[in-house]
Design a protein around this ligand. Structure first.
Ligand code: SF4
Ligand code: SF4
Ligand code: FES
Length: 238
């Protein structure tokens, strides 16, 4: 295994050659904001919250899908990056219907945490107020598309960990949305095993346990970590 030496925010660090900039930064205790990234499933580089500056390149690079290289000089928290990230979070708030005060995930939401981290005290863009559906046809879970940020974490855990591939993406541009099976109500899905992995993977209050009231929807990410370890190390055999 080859080890690469690089600097992040002036701090000299070493990383395995197969690591991403995000993994190397996390190993070194350096925080980079993320939203679509979820440890244990594939990276898609969709949300762009993890953008970093790499010396010699004018283009900002997403840390979650950029591999480390020898001699890289990375900045993770410049003024330029802070401005970009705040704008991205504001766009996410403006394009959906995120009314935190009445959301099941109020206080337990990664989008809300990011807004706080970016110092987003208001949204400078016009709200779109899209007309989106809520599907509560499943016995135990519901999805409110108004709160979906299209991170595809549900799609990936369902496919890569549970192996059910119930979730998928449909539509383009502002019409993009997640669907279950062949765009049918979740409750009629033939593939869903009701495992709840998508519920725990969702960063917002979009997928929730039915019966949750305001602020009651807590995500148990530890459950996902356990499942990934079990799959990769076959630990359920012991
Ligand atoms: S409950 Fe499990 S099987 Fe059903 S959609 Fe969610 S992750 Fe897939
Ligand atoms: S439902 Fe949740 S996990 Fe799935 S894409 Fe939307 S925000 Fe992401
Ligand atoms: S966390 Fe890297 S692009 Fe979303």
């Amino acid at each position: 295994m080859t080890v690469k030496t690089l600097t992040i925010n002036g701090q000299l660090i070493s990383a395995r050659e197969d690591e991403t900039v995000l993994e190397a930064a996390r190993d070194a205790g350096i925080h980079i904001p993320t939203l679509c990234y979820l440890e244990g499933v594939s990276e898609v580089g969709a949300c762009r919250l993890c953008l970093v500056e790499i010396a010699g390149s004018n283009k900002l690079q997403p840390a979650c899908v950029t591999k480390v290289a020898e001699g890289m000089e990375i900045q993770t928290n410049s003024e330029r990056l802070q401005k970009y990230r705040r704008t991205i979070v504001e766009m996410l708030f403006a394009e959906g219907n995120h009314i935190c005060s009445v959301c099941v995930a109020n206080g337990n939401c990664e989008l809300q945490d990011l807004a706080i981290e970016m110092g987003m005290d208001h949204v400078r863009l016009d709200y779109h107020f899209p007309d989106r559906k809520v599907d509560v046809s499943h016995d135990r879970f519901g999805i409110d598309h108004n709160r979906c940020v299209l991170c595809t974490r549900c799609v990936r855990v369902c496919d890569e960990i549970e192996g059910a591939h119930t979730w998928d993406m449909a539509g383009r541009g502002t019409n993009s949305h997640v669907i279950t099976d062949l765009n049918q109500p979740w409750g009629t899905s033939q593939t869903c095993t009701s495992c709840g992995k998508c519920v725990n993977a969702c960063p917002t209050g979009a997928i929730f346990y039915k019966g949750s009231s305001i602020g009651e929807m807590k995500h148990d990410r530890a459950k996902l970590d356990f499942l990934v370890t079990a799959r990769e190390k076959q630990q359920w055999n012991f």
